[in-house]
Write a protein that binds this ligand. Structure first.
Ligand SMILES: [Zn+2]
Length: 450
């Protein structure tokens, strides 16, 4: 069979229950789809590929799926940490969002997407402004993205409108390049009215797209209780904003009733342990959500919030956070964590038939990880639990060698093939100096942080 790419001699962790581990395995790709998965000798007898990639014993995994990120946040990463969250939002994040230009949005989202691919992410659910420019950047880098605009209908807030979100869905979801698709996004309950939720609910049904929003941080729950007399998830239930096409980020402060509501409605949760810990937001009841049947995926939040968009770090933080919070090392295991970062992410995006595992017929989104390093020694390739433990608890993203997205090799041997990484960093440095000068002028706390 004529195929475009065959990856050979890999330890394949498929995340496919029927054949979870293939030692000396191979995967054949035709176009953007996986067309064969088998042992290398058997598979090569059936294929005549245009391109061969010898994994030399590296581990081949499904690409990691980040279900909550803000790609523009890289513009202020590391500039205002270790301060109270209210101050960070009002003095820094909001002024930064107001002055960011369209060209800066392209540049800093490209920076984020490049970093994401280098740390093993092949697909992300990205909530932010300047969605057209983010789509351009995602396609330029070659990362699969679902864009959720940060929509708000309170006029004093500088985000995209419902009309812009709808227009973008019409334009992009029929676009020839399907790498960047669009959902409805609502930024934050305190910045929106019930009328917006109603329009989004109807719009999502009309266009058969998902809805992404934040839920359950303490400020927002306080606002919900004071304004509407109900907590957020109960409110969303009343407004019809729960269901299998909805991904809620964070979900930290939930009542038992709300956990039950999320489970019964099939609503997905994007758990962001690193940002939740760094901003002292609290501990999401993840074991309880899973117990209630909720599909929990993993997100990093923006790189201003958590400082890192590294999904391997997020995987480790998720495991450790719930082990220590429950004082129970069995609270979340390595196998569950990798499922959250792959299969559960695919489910959250409604793409479980397309993504999340290495199976015939799925999209070719995969990463190669080199475990031939001191930090993984001694290796035990034929023992799946031991491999998963090494990846989740000892894994380092510098060991992600190669990333294949939609059948294209986007990174090979740590080199991004779609963009000049050095040039991208230099341009971002130059642009940041100009941006910081403008930010100092508008921030009420100018000079304090930057
Ligand atoms: Zn967020």
């Amino acid at each position: 069979m004529r195929t475009s790419l065959v990856i050979t001699h890999a330890v394949v962790i498929t995340m496919d229950g029927s054949r979870p581990l293939i030692d000396d395995g191979a995967v054949a790709v035709s176009g953007n789809r996986i067309v064969d998965v088998d042992r290398t000798d058997d598979l090569l007898a059936r294929h005549d590929p245009t391109d061969m990639l010898d994994a030399q014993g590296a581990v081949l995994l499904p690409g990691l799926i980040n279900t909550h990120i803000h790609s523009l946040a890289s513009v202020i990463r590391g500039s205002a940490d270790d301060i109270p969250m209210d101050l960070w939002l009002t003095a820094y994040l909001k002024p930064a969002q107001r002055i960011l230009t369209s060209d800066e949005a392209y540049l800093f989202s490209a920076l984020t997407y490049a970093e994401a691919v280098k740390s093993g992410t092949t697909c992300c659910l990205d909530m932010d402004g300047y969605s057209r420019r983010r789509a351009d950047a995602a396609i330029a880098i070659g990362v699969r993205t679902i864009l959720a605009p940060s929509v708000s209908d309170r006029t004093e807030m500088a985000f995209e409108s419902y009309e812009e979100n709808e227009q973008l869905i019409v334009e992009r979801n029929g676009h020839i390049n399907q790498l960047a698709k669009v959902w409805f996004g609502i930024e934050y309950l305190p910045n929106s009215t019930p009328a917006l939720y109603e329009r989004v609910r109807k719009g999502a049904a009309k266009y058969s797209v998902g809805i992404h929003t934040h839920a359950g941080d303490s400020n927002e729950v306080r606002h919900a209780l004071q304004t509407y007399g109900k907590s957020t998830v109960e409110l969303y239930a009343d407004w019809g904003i729960l269901g299998a096409n909805v991904v809620l980020a964070h979900c930290i402060n939930l009542t038992e009733k709300e956990i039950d509501l999320l489970g019964r409605t099939g609503t997905h949760v994007a758990h962001c342990p690193q940002a939740n810990m760094k901003l002292a937001m609290g501990i999401a009841p993840i074991p309880e959500l899973m117990q209630a049947g909720v599909n929990v995926s993993l997100g990093t939040d923006g790189s201003a919030e958590g400082s890192s968009i590294d999904m391997l770090e997020t995987m480790k933080f998720a495991a450790h956070l719930h082990k220590v919070s429950k004082l129970d090392p069995t609270a979340l295991g390595a196998s569950q964590i990798l499922e959250m970062a792959t299969l559960n992410g695919a489910r959250a995006l409604g793409m479980e038939r397309e993504l999340g595992s290495i199976e015939i017929g799925k999209k070719a989104d995969m990463i190669l990880m080199n475990l031939d390093q001191l930090r993984y020694a001694p290796r035990r390739d034929k023992h799946l639990p031991s491999l998963l433990s090494r990846i989740v608890y000892a894994g380092h993203s510098d060991d992600i060698q190669t990333a294949i997205i939609d059948g294209q090799v986007v990174m090979r041997d740590r080199v991004l093939l779609t963009i000049d990484e050095e040039q991208l960093m230099r341009t971002a440095e130059e642009q940041f100096s100009k941006f910081a000068t403008r930010l100092r002028e508008v921030s009420p706390y100018r000079g304090t942080f930057i």
